[in-house]
Ligand binder design. Structure first.
Ligand SMILES: *Cc1c(COP(=O)(O)O)cnc(C)c1O
Length: 393
């Protein structure tokens, strides 16, 4: 018999198991709700990006169902051949208006939007100046672009300035940051970086995956939150988190969007969104515009829960958003904390290296607009009992 060329993978998995870092996937038994059933256990769900509860919103369901009935389940082609439907054009027009930009283009995911956009905008000889905690999709796009990548310490605008000063001014440069950092819940240094980009003639780009639907008026994102309209050249967002469906988009000038439609590889080489997803996203924008009180509920819950964790004595880092990490340091301890919380009815995922730096392992919590005060108080009580039992507080 031929020797197994993948035999080394078993050894790698064994070392993960030995380190207590091997994870099995939790399986959601029904709807993605604030109280949900995972692995046949009813839990307060603090592990969903469904910030506004839109995954099950009646308006989104109705629009998606109608799209399936009228248009089928697939789009049949990439956008540039036969896969551009009227719904795609409608969604892009709605997104551009929502983001107050000239144009927008939709991708299959936020990952594809980031990676495709960064890789299309830069090429060999160009420079990318990137926050060290930027999302993996930005890092992959940067690598695919073959531009030189310079990383500055998290949110350190003076370090970003020194990197820009060291660049040859004839080179094209991109300054890029997450709007909200997904593992820490803090905000990127947008105002400072936008000023630097202007001073050095660089392109300014923000990834607003966790800010879309959460920050700014009606959830327009961090550019709106910081009052930076017109000063951020490329805004990427996701349709998969607060918007409740799936997808990503880039928004900016008409020239930027037309260029991406010719050069962004996920747009050219991967089939477009199915009608139901596109229709649900359009309905979600209606909800953001018409029911902003849902976003107010999200923030009231976020403030309550964050204050509760801090009062218990947990290290919640520098969070400024509905994402609140409970930082414990050791990777195995984070996984034990997560498992014990789950056994007592609270689902908050443990996250270790390489998703966060070594020694910064954590359990990450995300509250949504759908959580009741009873849900959140229950979760705080469980955190208190388990955290005390493990000697974390
Ligand atoms: C989730 C996330 C993405 C990817 O978005 P998807 O729509 O899930 O592909 C990109 N950037 C950040 C910061 C994220 O948190």
């Amino acid at each position: 018999m031929r020797p197994d060329p993948l035999a080394h993978l078993a050894a790698e998995l064994d070392s993960l198991k030995a380190a207590g870092l091997f994870r099995t996937l939790r399986v959601l038994d029904g709807e993605q709700r604030a109280r949900a059933s995972f692995d046949h256990r009813s839990v307060v769900n603090l592990s969903s990006n469904n910030y506004l509860g839109l995954t099950t919103h009646p308006a989104l369901r109705a629009r998606a169902e109608r799209a399936v009935r009228e248009l089928g389940v697939g789009s049949g082609s990439v956008r540039t051949i036969g896969g551009t439907m009227a719904l795609h054009m409608e969604l892009e027009a709605r997104l551009a208006a929502f983001k107050k930009t000239e144009a927008a283009v939709v991708f299959q995911s936020g990952f594809a939007a980031n990676a495709g956009t960064v890789a299309a905008l830069l090429s060999k000889g160009d420079a990318i100046v990137s926050d060290e905690l930027n999302h993996a999709s930005i890092i992959d796009g940067a690598r695919l672009s073959r531009a030189d990548i310079s990383v500055f310490p998290h949110k350190d605008a003076s370090a970003a300035r020194r990197l820009l000063e060291g660049l040859d001014r004839s080179r094209r440069a991109l300054v890029i940051t997450d709007g909200v950092f997904s593992m820490d819940g803090d905000l990127g240094a947008l105002p400072e970086l936008a000023s630097l980009a202007e001073e050095f003639g660089a392109i300014m780009m923000v990834d607003d995956a966790h800010a879309s639907g959460v920050f700014g008026a009606n959830g327009r994102g961090t550019v709106d939150h910081f009052g930076l309209h017109g000063r951020v050249d490329v805004q990427v967002g996701t349709l998969s988190k607060a918007v409740g469906a799936l997808g990503g988009y880039a928004a900016g000038s008409r020239a930027l969007i037309e260029f991406l439609c010719h050069r962004a590889r996920p747009f050219l080489f991967s089939t477009s969104h199915p009608p139901a997803v596109t229709a649900a996203c359009i309905a979600a924008i209606d909800v953001l515009e018409e029911e902003p009180q849902i976003i107010d509920r999200l923030w009231a819950n976020a403030r309550f829960f964050k204050a509760g964790l801090q009062a218990l004595g947990f290290d919640t880092g520098a969070s400024e958003s509905p994402i609140t990490p409970v930082i414990v340091g050791d990777g195995a301890l984070a996984m034990t904390l997560s498992d014990r919380l789950f056994a007592r009815g609270v689902f908050a995922q443990g996250i270790g290296f390489p998703t966060v730096p070594r020694g910064r392992a954590r359990v990450r919590t995300i509250v949504t607009a759908e959580h009741t005060r009873e849900d959140l108080q229950f979760a705080l009580d469980v955190f208190k009992a388990v955290g005390t039992g493990l000697g974390i507080i």
